[in-house]
Design a protein around this ligand. Sequence first.
Ligand code: FCB
Length: 416
Amino acid sequence: METVLQFPANFLWGTATSPTQVEGHIQNEWTDFTAQDGNHCRIACDHYHRYPEDIGWMQQLGTNAHRFGIEWSRLQSAPFAPLNQKELAHYVDVIDRLRAAGITPMVVLHHFANPPWINAAGGWTNPATIPAFVDYVRQLVAVLKDKVTLWNTFNEPDTYACVAYLLGGFPPQHKWQLGQFRRVIDHMARAHAQASRVIRRTGHEAGRKLEVGIAKNWTFFHAYQRFSPWDRLTAFASHYTFNKFVLDAFLGGWRRRASTFIGLNYYGRVRFHHFAAMIPASGAPVKRLRDFGFVCDDMVERYPVGMEKILSYLHRRFHLPIYITEHGAASNDESFRERDLKQNLASLHRSMAAGVDVRGFFYWSLMDNFEWQFGYTKKFGLLAVDFADEKLPRSLKPLAGVYERICRENACRVES
Ligand code: FCB
């Protein structure tokens, strides 16, 4: 039997990307970074030049929203410098074309990358980055206030601070610098609160209500053996650092008022066995994990019921509208990806039926792209990109057809 899970009118169905991963021709800390597959992001998907075509693909998918980043390093050459008018015109054109295609833009202001002059001064470990960022936001919002309503200040500050300062996977590749991790989170949380004030005030003066939020990556951390004290301790420490500390910094106490929505990036969970994270992203082979009874994509364990668990927690605690700013699976097995998407949407639908105010869902990602330290090996796209061909041709994958039907029907069909 097939059940049709209908979503509310005005629900946003979108795709998500980030500048470093798709645009190419960027000067930031990733430009000279060599990923595990030996590749770099200097051209990536060349979305910087091919965005009109890519917006055409979004139209084919039937989406009505798109979440993407504006690259700070293109727009300023020094702290407090005026915005580069040519680059600004580029992003204005991107936004105008999206809107003309009936696609609501959600702009991300920081997605794992900084201008070189920010990095040279210590990045987000330096408190001077806060006013520099807020000044950038002030100038940008003054230009875009009538075109963009949805503002996402920071994408996954948790992942950024954790992988750059604890795990050593992202530049500057520091390991176990807990003090730096905490400082980065603290500075970003302060920057979020200040930027949010600027964005909302600018909107208010223009007679528009602008929405502001971060995107929190929520990952469940569990012990593989429930009674192993070591696995439980590792899981608890990970949860405490990655989830609790970050959520409290950005949304705890008075800081809750700095957001009008919560962006949730939800992929799944990590279980620990003898201190090791049992996920493909940490090197455990998908097939071996299957022997343990784990269902994984090429990154983490899938845990669709977690979607409703975390949604209900965020709703109870903060009473703010929520957007699923990212969900997706990396795999060459398209029927697996279809199952994963539908199971997660069914979980999302259950939480909405129980009263959680979710306003939209953005699939990660529009197209296969540069997956940070993993390079081009992780296939998250609705569109495939042939990176072996210098023309970088795009083509629809089977999952694109599934997603298109969901977007057009504003409903998800699941077997029951
Ligand atoms: C999220 C990131 C995004 C991409 C996906 C797979 O953590 O925000 O850039 O890497 O994971």
